[in-house]
Design a protein around this ligand. Structure first.
Ligand SMILES: *Cc1c(COP(=O)(O)O)cnc(C)c1O
Length: 371
């Protein structure tokens, strides 16, 4: 919050504030990579992978280029293993970010969209079984907004129909379900370290976590042109590696992740407690949510956004157009009323680690004065 001439200026997410706060440690991490003279697939990557696997609670972590690649590599590796074949179906929530779907379609697999629950915003477990066909091979759950999408029932359905359970954990680093971290709940998980995510790099980066040794090995090969031995190529892979610099930065930031997530929870608690405008609905987040996003719902969403903007509060819509109504997916066009309602009414409030509690307080009061 910067007050210049009494003007209140509240950013949606202030990344510079975060970087400034940790400038020295970040500089040291970057400098050590510079000094090492080794910029890909080196010690920093190995260290981060080891620390992140331990943090999530899986045996393996494989770094890659970004969150999309992480998801794409998981499905691609299952194809290499013969678990999934071209044209097979993957169940995915209809209200997810486009990357989850692209990871499916860019593997020539078919996304089968399932509506979310209107309160939790997560895939509606009661709708999953109906969506299963003879061609279904996997369920991709997405821990949207930093809230857990997993449930015992989903795991049971996957077991019953012999489906792989893939987690898109791009928005939920550190989120827990019964003491287990998201990213360790299914067969494999894709993580994005896009700068604004709860664990964010200073550029693009991603990772896969899994307990499946064979899967981890194949993913490591696929991300390195399909090679496990220099200049020998067993599979047709691609280039998707994590930079040493990003790995070193992420390793430093990982040590702050829990306290950063706690700061997000504190901001979210203030909103939960103070917002009491009948025109505004908040979401039912899971008990150990990490609030990548703090979503609100309002029939007059666009007016609300303009009103907040007039009071110098920046907000974001996650997301204005759902995947099934995007131009790139004409074949997916049909009606998903709950998803569409979410996209029409959602508004995300500022909620990030360096935010001041009095700022959240102020925003809550502004919201209560709306209309
Ligand atoms: C950010 C995000 C991704 C993609 O991550 P990138 O690192 O940008 O490729 C995938 N899924 C979800 C739900 C995301 O929020």
């Amino acid at each position: 919050m910067i007050r210049t001439n009494g003007i209140f200026d509240m950013k949606y997410c202030d990344l510079k504030l975060l970087s400034d706060h940790r400038k020295e440690q970040l500089h040291d991490a970057i400098d050590s990579v510079l000094q090492s003279g080794w910029y890909l697939r080196g010690e920093a990557t190995e260290r981060f992978e080891r620390h992140y696997a331990r943090y999530i609670g899986t045996r393996y972590c494989v770094g890659c280029g970004n969150g999309f690649d992480a998801l794409w590599l998981i499905l691609r590796a299952y194809k290499e293993m013969g678990v999934i074949n071209e044209g097979d179906e993957v169940i995915v929530p209809a209200n997810t970010y486009i990357a989850s779907l692209l990871a499916i379609t860019e593997n020539r697999l078919v996304p089968v969209l399932v509506e979310p629950n209107l309160e939790t915003l997560q895939i509606d477990e009661s709708q999953i079984e109906k969506a299963i066909t003879r061609r279904t091979r996997a369920v991709m759950i997405v821990h949207l907004y930093g809230s857990c999408a997993y449930s015992k029932r989903i795991a049971e359905i996957c077991k019953k129909y012999e489906l792989k359970l893939v987690e898109d954990n791009a928005q939920a680093h550190g989120c827990e379900w019964n003491g287990i971290k998201t990213g360790a709940l299914g067969d494999a998980a894709g993580h994005s370290f896009y700068p604004t995510k709860n664990l964010g790099a200073l550029g693009d980066a991603g990772a896969v976590t899994t307990n499946d040794e064979q899967l981890a090995e194949i993913i490591r090969e696929l991300g390195n042109y399909g090679s496990s031995q220099k200049y020998l190529f067993e599979r047709c892979g691609r280039n998707s590696r994590i930079d040493e610099i990003q790995a070193a930065v992420l390793d430093v930031k990982l040590s702050w992740l829990d306290s950063d997530n706690q700061s997000r929870r504190n901001i979210a608690n203030i909103y939960d407690k103070l917002i009491n405008n009948p025109l505004i609905r908040t979401a039912k987040m899971s008990s150990r949510a990490v609030y990548h996003i703090y979503p609100l719902f309002c029939e007059k969403r666009n007016e609300l956004q303009t009103y907040l903007k007039e009071h110098d509060v920046e907000t974001v819509i996650h997301y204005p157009v759902p995947p099934h109504l995007q131009k790139c997916y004409p074949a997916l066009k049909r009606s998903f009323p709950i998803t569409e309602l979410i996209h029409q009414q959602e508004l995300s409030l500022p909620c990030y680690p360096m935010m001041k509690e009095k700022e959240a307080d102020h925003i809550a009061r502004l919201l209560n004065d709306f209309f």
